[in-house]
Design a protein around this ligand. Structure first.
Ligand code: NDP
Length: 452
């Protein structure tokens, strides 16, 4: 049977665009892609990129305070949100153009439309067109979840925060994960009064306990009010903002409420189950190690599969898909030892097992040091950083590395190479320190602080 395309990709985010352009550009496949919103997806348009730019914008007030302490005559004034926002919009437009051009340059045909599946090889577009393809790749990503709370429609989600008309004076953030903690720090840095409600006992569940504890302490020290064991009972409009009733008995008015309560896969209303694609309990498309669904011609990558929801992982999954399907080289996706960073202030960088996970698995040694870095101790700032290695007693391999520090994202990328290569504690030790740096501690920790 002759198809219109060799590959039809649904979703123009990081994973979909990469798979489409590599399949077209490197294998000569005839490829089309449908995107119903802006090209670039969550990462570029309403995630990593604008978030990181907001992180940068939020650090200047603190940097100017530091500069003063170092002897500079400067004063911060306040952030002109409008000016920042205009520049941000300009940058996102530029990046969206880059993504569109990448596709065009590789010979991918783009459809600005929503796509549904009619059968294992047929895609129906919201423009009314129907196209056929030998292979279909679903890369539709995820979306923020709004909790089921009375008055929840008064709150915003992370997609909205990049487009607020003006900065609120006060904000309540609900959640204790990546997005909640990152935006708590961003907003605080921009001069907003920040309160964070988290239903559990400690923010950043799933990360190393010691590391998340230090991030919480540092956030608290910067003036963010963290209320653990707390959830929102109800929200209602008040004359001066949003009145929030909380499970801890608090009743407070906030200018804005941000829900950072997780994300859900975009698998709804695509006709998937009707044609035999299996959908899991959380709405994720169920795939095998090659990202293939139960329907052989249909594959899925990225957040819609809810494996590890990170842009670089989606890109890897897209590349592995092309390698498997278009280059005849079956390539399972490697989800082991993926480094990542939470862009709080300070950042939390992590790769491998937490102390808690590792100690369940085998006997370990823990090497850790927490100290005031030179740059802040010089001006009597109380900030602390943490460098931590989890080491297997038996193999001596570094099973996990956790860093809480400014630029921990940059550091963990490099430490991640060593950990991924299977470096032992002794490999770390025989690497000469770069002095004076914070990360030199990773190669100078002589004795374990504990064993487990
Ligand atoms: P997370 O899953 O990280 O966190 C969701 C938070 O909301 C958790 O603290 C969770 O609590 C809480 N929560 C969930 N439901 C409710 C509810 N009904 N009421 C109150 N609290 C609730 O999701 P995020 O939205 O922060 O981020 C989504 C994903 O996006 C991340 O997991 C990550 O994969 C990715 N991401 C990565 C970033 C990076 O790499 N720097 C940055 C931002 C996002 P509990 O812990 O109890 O479940």
């Amino acid at each position: 049977m002759a198809f219109d395309y060799d590959l039809f990709v649904i979703g123009g985010g990081s994973g979909g665009v990469r798979a489409a352009r590599v399949a077209a550009g490197e294998t000569g496949a005839k490829v089309a892609l449908a995107e119903m919103d802006r090209y670039g997806g969550t990462c570029v348009i309403r995630g990593c990129v604008p978030k990181k730019l907001m992180v940068f914008a939020s650090t200047y007030a603190g940097a100017m305070e530091d500069a003063r302490a170092y002897g500079w005559e400067v004063s911060a004034g306040g952030l002109d949100w409008g000016a920042f926002h205009d520049r941000l919009e300009g940058e996102l437009n530029r990046l969206e153009g880059v993504y569109r051009n990448l596709l065009k340059g590789s010979g991918v045909i783009s459809f600005d439309a929503r796509a549904r599946l009619k059968d294992p090889h047929t895609v129906e577009l919201s423009t009314g067109e129907t196209v056929t393809a030998k292979h279909i790749l679903i890369a539709t990503g995820g979306r923020p979840v709004r909790p089921d709370i009375p008055g929840a429609e008064l709150g915003i989600v992370s997609d909205d925060i990049f487009h607020v008309k003006e900065l609120p004076r006060s904000i309540l953030i609900l959640g204790g994960g990546f997005i909640a903690c990152e935006f708590a720090c961003i907003m605080k840095g921009m001069g907003v009064d920040v309160t964070l409600y988290y239903r559990g006992a400690q923010i950043l569940r799933g990360f190393d306990d010691e590391a998340r504890g230090l991030v919480a302490t540092e956030m608290h020290q910067k003036g963010i009010e963290i209320c653990t064991g707390t959830n929102i009972l109800s929200m209602e409009k008040a004359s001066d903002g949003i009145l929030v009733k909380a499970t801890n008995g608090d009743e407070k008015v906030f200018d804005q409420v941000l829900f950072a309560t997780g994300r859900a896969p975009n698998s709804d209303d695509m006709g998937l189950e009707d044609i035999g694609v299996q959908i899991g309990r959380r709405g994720e498309i169920v795939v095998d190690e090659y990202s293939q669904t139960k329907v052989p011609s249909i594959y899925a990558i990225g957040d819609v599969t809810d494996r590890i929801n990170l842009t670089p992982v989606a890109i890897r999954e897209g590349m592995a898909f092309v390698e498997t399907v278009f280059k005849g080289n079956p390539t399972p996706v490697d989800h082991k030892l993926v480094p990542s960073a939470v862009f709080t202030q300070p950042e939390l960088g992590t790769v491998g097992l937490t102390e808690e996970e590792a100690s369940e698995q085998e006997p370990i040694e823990v090497y850790a040091t927490s100290f005031r870095p030179m740059q802040s101790s010089f001006i009597d700032r109380p900030d602390r950083v943490l460098m931590k290695l989890i080491v297997s007693k038996e193999t001596r391999k570094v099973l996990g590395c956790h860093i809480v520090a400014p630029q921990a994202g940059e550091m963990i990328q490099l430490a991640g190479i060593a950990v991924k290569m299977g470096a032992t504690k002794e490999d770390f030790d025989r690497t000469v320190a770069v002095h004076p740096t914070m990360s030199e501690e990773l190669v100078t920790m002589r004795a374990p602080v504990r064993t487990a």
